[in-house]
Design a binder for this molecule. Sequence first.
Ligand SMILES: C[S@@+](CC[C@H](N)C(=O)[O-])C[C@H]1O[C@@H](n2cnc3c(N)ncnc32)[C@H](O)[C@@H]1O
Length: 219
Amino acid sequence: MSEKSWTEIDRTIGRLFASDPAAAAALEASEAAGLPAIELAPGHAKFLMLLALIRDAKRILEIGTLGGYSTIWMARALPVDGRLISLEASEEHARVARGNIERAGLSKVAEVRVGKALDWLPRLAEEGAGPFDLVFIDADKENNPAYFDWALKLSRRGSAIVVDNVVRHGAQDTTTHSGNVRSFMELVAKDPRVSATVIQTVSIKGHDGFALAVVTGEE
Ligand SMILES: C[S@@+](CC[C@H](N)C(=O)[O-])C[C@H]1O[C@@H](n2cnc3c(N)ncnc32)[C@H](O)[C@@H]1O
């Protein structure tokens, strides 16, 4: 199947299954603000929402907010007393995301914290923000091993951890990320605290994949 065909099919999937007006408005506002278009494909963002629903998630942690597109989709799955914390290094991205979350009517359940995720994660542990039922890791790929470790510390048995871009920046990539991310896949595969797999994907974002790990033991 050609890239053109899967791109067309992915647009149809997005239109049929993942057309949320607030999420679409968030993308428009993010583009207008000059943010890079590196958010999830719509069908994949909807998948995260479904995962949160399957897990009956009350607490969600996201690492890498950008304009809040995936944040909005995941926050949609939360009950009124649920909570989503999203960590974002860029003040500008966080500013745009907060506006998008506000306009989506989700600012009571979703908040963006600005700063490097590795500075925030120990603080979240200190303040007892976890355990999180779903963790979505989608920031700087070099720190994925540390983010994964923190995700486990902040989770409990049954929590789901999703790590994006483990194919694009891994096996297929010839950049300096390559070695890091491939060894990250090996690290997840042999971690005794989780049962995990990697799903390859094709979408409007090209060929990629994400890791899904379910916590099987207590931290
Ligand atoms: C791929 S984008 C996130 C996309 C978003 N999850 C979505 O699908 O809508 C990655 C984001 O991670 C942020 N980021 C990069 N390094 C970071 C770090 N050390 N701590 C927190 N955020 C970081 C970037 O500024 C960028 O906004």
